[in-house]
Design a protein around this ligand. Sequence first.
Ligand SMILES: Cc1cc2nc3c(=O)[nH]c(=O)nc-3n(C[C@H](O)[C@H](O)[C@H](O)COP(=O)(O)OP(=O)(O)OC[C@H]3O[C@@H](n4cnc5c(N)ncnc54)[C@H](O)[C@@H]3O)c2cc1C
Length: 441
Amino acid sequence: MGWIEELGKICDVFSASDSYRYDETPPLIAPKPAENFVVVKPADAKEVSRILRFANANNIPVFTRGGGTGLSGGAIPTEEGIVLSTERMTEIEVDIENRVALCGAGVTLKQLDDTAYKHHLSFPPHPGAETATVGGMIATNAGGVRALKYGTMRNYVLGLEVVLADGRILKLGGKTIKNSSGYSLIHLFVGSEGTLGIITRAKIRLFPQLRDMTVLAVPFSTMEDAIDCVVEISAKMLPLALEFMEKKAVEVGEKVSGEKWVSRDGEAHLLMIFESFDEAEEAATISEKFGAINVYAATTKKDQDRLLKIRGLIYEGLRKDIIEILDVCVPPAKIAEYYRKSNEIAARYGVNLITYGHAGDGNVHQHPLIYDDWMNSYFNFREELLRLAVSYGGVISGEHGIGVVKTKELAELFPDQYRIMKEIKHLFDPQGILNPGKVVR
Ligand SMILES: Cc1cc2nc3c(=O)[nH]c(=O)nc-3n(C[C@H](O)[C@H](O)[C@H](O)COP(=O)(O)OP(=O)(O)OC[C@H]3O[C@@H](n4cnc5c(N)ncnc54)[C@H](O)[C@@H]3O)c2cc1C
């Protein structure tokens, strides 16, 4: 690392510390971080440009880091090089008339939410942990529970400022909602996980504030009944969220939240959120038609928060006991079949799998619990699960990204796509300095 002194002439250089070594990827599956790296904290695109020009000329890997809440190892520095943190790019302003937030890449989700709210607007999707950054959420195309109605991060990016590996600063899009002006380069950077360029600023679409919510909690005897109900509801209306939990997941949520769910009975439980009471009423009638054990409507904020807390804390209750989080996405009507078959595979391998997720959009979160000698069989089990999802026309990650944890499977299961992705990577970053080893190798 004889280049550090030279880099110090361009920007402030900080030494490596644990807070830049890891992200939120469960430790058993996370890649080993490099021993030696340095951290830089540029304030804007010009500074990023100078750093990248230097790194490119000297072939030094650059690992971009936002909030470090990623679950696929994307921000972990896996080689000696530079961690580029966006933590100083936190300026935000709102163009109220055009309903656009102009954000530095390091603006956090909480900051964006609060700022939009202060201007009587909203950023509806809530696609990550509260300390996730705008740059990180764009780079992973983050999703969340409200993606069903309000889409994923992709649907909110109207404009981007990106610095390319050779230091060129690219400004894409603007404040317009429509844009049919040639190839959509913006969307190439959405989901690119720090491998094609560094996002320094973004123009994010805002919405009017959401209306009052009604929450339904509905237990069903079987996952099939629950998902049939989801399919029917989805054909008639667009709830804000349509979540499913198997019984084991509800029990974890109850334990960690200290709250009680609406029923002890039933294998599968739906949590539905509506912006209109009429829709909630219609959904309740449909639920009864599909054999709901009971339908519980929460109309007060206190009651709603209690139920949402149970769902929201499941991951917290599991995080220290799991090998990882799988987040395949299958066509929504296939969830029950995928759930059933994946449990059969789990039983064959002796894996205790806890499943819940976003029923409306098909995104299934599965948590394999740690078991003795898991290293010997776990990766075969995992491969079977990912192959199963793909056999239904699904994808291997619905919202957490490829990072380092799924590059092998991306290459094996989507070979044509992978080949073209490598060519695109080469076009944008011929030296391969940006987040090497992530997404494509
Ligand atoms: C408790 C918890 C809840 C979560 N809930 C959700 C959820 O509901 N939905 C969901 O989709 N995810 C969720 N996540 C995952 C995580 O919050 C998201 O993946 C989020 O988008 C990561 O943002 P970040 O700023 O922390 O990115 P980081 O972890 O810092 O980085 C993620 C990737 O983006 C790249 N990157 C970061 N900033 C930039 C930039 N400016 N330019 C280019 N590349 C960049 C990094 O190199 C890395 O590859 C959750 C995580 C936790 C711990």
